[in-house]
Ligand binder design. Sequence first.
Ligand SMILES: C[S@@+](CC[C@H](N)C(=O)[O-])C[C@H]1O[C@@H](n2cnc3c(N)ncnc32)[C@H](O)[C@@H]1O
Length: 267
Amino acid sequence: MYGTLYGIGVGPGDPELLTIKAIRILKEVAHVFAAASSKNDYSLALAIVKDHLSPETTVDHLAFPMTFHSQSLESAWMANCERVLDVLRVGKDAAFITLGDPLTFSTFIYLMRKMRERLPGIMIKSVPGITSFQAAAACANLPLAEGEEAITILSGAKGGGRLKEAMQVSDNVVLMKTYRHFPEILTQIREAGLQDNCCFISRCGLEGEIVERDFGRMMEMKSPHYLSLMVIKRRGLGLLETTLLPARHSDRKKMVNRTCPHEVRYL
Ligand SMILES: C[S@@+](CC[C@H](N)C(=O)[O-])C[C@H]1O[C@@H](n2cnc3c(N)ncnc32)[C@H](O)[C@@H]1O
């Protein structure tokens, strides 16, 4: 009998944003898989959960290419799927850990799809995680939506082209993956007259966290970190709090990945 695969969301960085359910399952499974870039083996998701794994747990990295090239992605995920199946086939349970939530812009979606294609009856369970934009909104004390408002969550990986369209139907937009086309995204925001209505959040809950509401200072950032997003609010930021006080500094002791070169800025 095959084991179960759990897709576990580990939150966006702060290890205290891991759910109790995630911790329980991570302690129970025999094997933990983490996605890593094909260029190096570092996994932030693994750094977040490492204190909860038992010494008997086997940890494996699944390499995946950071590309839009569908053939490369397809073959990488076929190979990764076979490696996970090798564990499940001998009756062991496995977990695939992923940043944020496993069903929100996550590599787990590729894996789950491949596993289902390969073996339709396989047992797969998703364990939700706190998404990056929920944590980012919390760290900026920025409401994501209220009352009758709508919210749209978009990827900016291919630029900000869909932003204008989204702002016409939504009161609030979360733009994920703002790192690659940041200058172009800022141009789109300015052309839509929304430069005073956006907040940029980078490395939320991690060393080097940035919360920036000033558009001029955003323009000075040439290439933000991969872990960056923006919240754009049609009706304005409605600032409930303009300064994040040093209370947050006590959290910094628990932050992972201390090698980040960026300055922590609380604006
Ligand atoms: C592949 S997606 C992962 C999304 C994740 N599954 C979630 O639920 O938030 C990667 C994008 O998530 C956002 N992200 C993830 N962690 C973040 C963090 N700690 N701070 C800011 N943005 C983050 C960034 O926009 C990044 O480019």
